[in-house]
Design a protein around this ligand. Structure first.
Ligand SMILES: Cc1cc2nc3c(=O)[nH]c(=O)nc-3n(C[C@H](O)[C@H](O)[C@H](O)COP(=O)(O)OP(=O)(O)OC[C@H]3O[C@@H](n4cnc5c(N)ncnc54)[C@H](O)[C@@H]3O)c2cc1C
Length: 318
């Protein structure tokens, strides 16, 4: 119960411009940016991505943090930063992998303009002359349940146009089982996450135990024979090491070779688990956010782990 209330409060705090302005200027909270964010500029993100690959063989997905946008200028800035991330990854010799939120590229301002903007970014990824070994992917993040349907439709339209896209689905939502089944039939790339939002009982699993049980069921579907036959690419995005073990067991028993699926984790969260998986030969990717507007992103990280409550409160009053 505390976990749900804490997460709901932090989601509200992520959306408040006044709290954001205060927190981003407050020196005591900058430790949050240091922990969860690669830096202010695209060059910081690319440098961190190169370092992770060189030191630990860990791949990256760059994410420019510009959320809850309310003007066409901010949308254009977000698109420009995503394109800059593609360019920086190209010259860094790394996978061309960037993550995009539909609302960042204007879903709430004009849903009809989201597809052409997403297509520009995905096309930039598709058109860069890099070798076959480097993966190309515009990963579409999943936001709250009000945009789930349109986000899936956006992914499907871009995939049908032959663009290198992947979709995030959330284990906390009841609809995800059916959504995943449809993506398996399409042979998509799907990143399964727990869900950084909360929902009512009618649409969502509300107890942690139920969400984890659903996550395990969905892993089993992602590593099924049908998924393998369809060319589906499972992406297990969690910091829960029991779920990592569940996925590895499912991959082994289904005959999925390492590299035919991947694990993804967030910068600043249990990095030792990511390094351990990579050392065992698993394909691992970290989600690397960059940009000046770090509060909405960092506060969601604080919200999803109640153990962070003490940390935030003590930093404000120290
Ligand atoms: C690559 C990636 C992309 C994501 N994209 C999306 C998205 O598009 N949409 C969306 O709704 N959600 C997204 N998420 C967030 C996700 O939904 C969860 O909120 C988050 O991953 C925490 O859940 P968990 O499965 O890691 O398990 P948990 O059970 O929450 O965590 C397992 C353990 O990891 C540690 N831990 C987890 N989170 C934190 C934290 N923030 N700070 C410190 N320790 C922590 C704790 O030790 C915890 O016990 C993404 C997550 C990842 C890894």
């Amino acid at each position: 119960m505390f976990a749900r209330t804490w997460q709901g409060t932090m989601i509200a705090a992520a959306r408040s411009p006044r709290i954001k302005a205060f927190m981003q200027d407050h020196r005591a909270t900058s430790f949050l940016a240091d922990r969860y964010v690669a830096g202010k500029h695209v060059s910081d993100g690319a440098a961190r991505a190169r370092g992770l690959m060189a030191e630990a063989g860990i791949r990256s997905s760059l994410f420019f943090m510009g959320e809850y946008v309310d003007s066409p200028e901010l949308v254009e800035e977000n698109v420009a930063q995503k394109l800059a991330a593609v360019a920086a990854l190209t010259t860094s010799g790394l996978d061309l992998h960037v993550s995009v939120d539909p609302t960042q590229i204007g879903y709430h301002l004009d849903p009809d303009l989201v597809r052409p903007r997403a297509e520009r970014i995905a096309r930039a990824i598709a058109d860069r002359p890099v070798g076959e070994q480097r993966l190309r992917c515009m990963m579409i993040d999943m936001e709250d349940e009000s945009v789930t349907g349109p986000t899936i439709a956006l992914h499907d339209a871009l995939a049908d146009a032959g663009l290198p896209v992947a979709l995030t689905l959330q284990a906390y939502l009841r609809r995800t089982e059916a959504d995943l089944a449809a993506q398996i039939r399409r042979g998509s790339k799907v990143r399964l996450v727990r869900g950084a939002f909360v929902g009512g009982n009618a649409i969502a699993f509300t107890k942690v135990s139920e969400i984890k049980a659903n996550y395990r069921r969905l892993i089993d579907r992602m590593f099924s024979e049908a998924a393998f036959a369809a060319g589906f690419y499972p992406i297990v995005a969690t910091h829960d090491t029991a779920l990592h073990a569940h996925a590895i067991a499912a991959a082994e028993s289904g005959g999925w070779p390492k590299g035919s699926y991947e694990f993804e984790m967030l910068l600043g969260v249990r990095e030792e688990a990511a390094r351990d998986l990579a050392a065992r030969g698993e394909r691992v990717r970290l989600y690397l956010p960059f940009g000046k507007d770090w509060w909405p992103y960092a506060v969601r990280r604080i919200g999803e782990y109640p153990g962070n409550a003490k940390l935030l409160v003590s930093s404000l009053f120290s």
